[in-house]
Design a protein around this ligand. Structure first.
Ligand SMILES: *[C@@H]1O[C@H](CO)[C@@H](O)[C@H](O)[C@H]1NC(C)=O
Length: 188
């Protein structure tokens, strides 16, 4: 990159655990997210795959975030999208949420530009890469990942190409614990 961009590749090891029992279906030992530092805007950017068909989604890493959000206004197309209904297990997991038109919502926010809005809680497929601790492994898929729908204007100030925020906080709805629960990994 000849321009002022300087990318630093970091490996962000989320979860590392040895499997107790060999299973017929593939169960990852550990999952890995690539993290690039965008030095121009001082943000760390990761990438997951989401939706059906799967598409790459770039997200700014928010270490204290509770719930991943993406812009659902522009370019969100997925045959497996589901909306969380008020009173559902997904809405309960998130805690205090707004309820309107039978759907529950929460407040996607962007701590960089200090913008926020209200958006629907949604459920869709997410895919991340597994690893054996040394080499990248196959992609693994979570069919019912809970996330929040943001709007285009909330993306203001985020690194180019980014369409949301990956929440890496300690709550059950943040990315690490949703993945840990889906694959019965230790909470590390
Ligand atoms: C959500 O899924 C339904 C059912 O497959 C589909 O009809 C609808 O177009 C999808 N919405 C989006 C935004 O992809």
């Amino acid at each position: 990159m000849a321009l002022s961009y300087k990318f630093l590749l970091l490996c962000f090891l989320l979860i590392f655990v040895s499997p107790a029992i060999a299973q017929t279906s593939f169960r990852p030992k550990a999952l890995v997210l690539p993290v690039l530092k965008n030095a121009a805007v001082f943000q760390y950017v990761t990438q997951i795959k989401q939706r059906t068909p799967l598409v790459p989604v770039k997200l700014v890493v928010h270490l204290g975030g509770n719930l991943l959000w993406v812009d659902c206004e522009k370019g969100y197309v997925s045959s497996t999208n589901k909306t969380a209904r008020c009173g559902s297990a997904q809405c309960h997991l998130i805690g205090l949420v707004a309820c309107g038109g039978g759907k529950c919502g929460d407040f996607p926010n962007n701590p960089i530009s200090n913008t926020g809005t209200i958006g629907d809680i949604r459920i869709d497929v997410v895919s991340v890469q597994s690893t054996n601790g040394r080499n990248p492994g196959r992609g693994v898929t979570v069919p019912n990942f809970i996330f929040l729908c943001g709007s285009e204007f909330v993306l203001r100030g985020l690194a180019p190409g980014v369409t949301g925020i990956a929440a890496l906080g300690r709550t059950k709805t943040a990315l690490p614990l949703q993945l840990a629960a889906a694959f019965s990994l230790n909470r590390k």
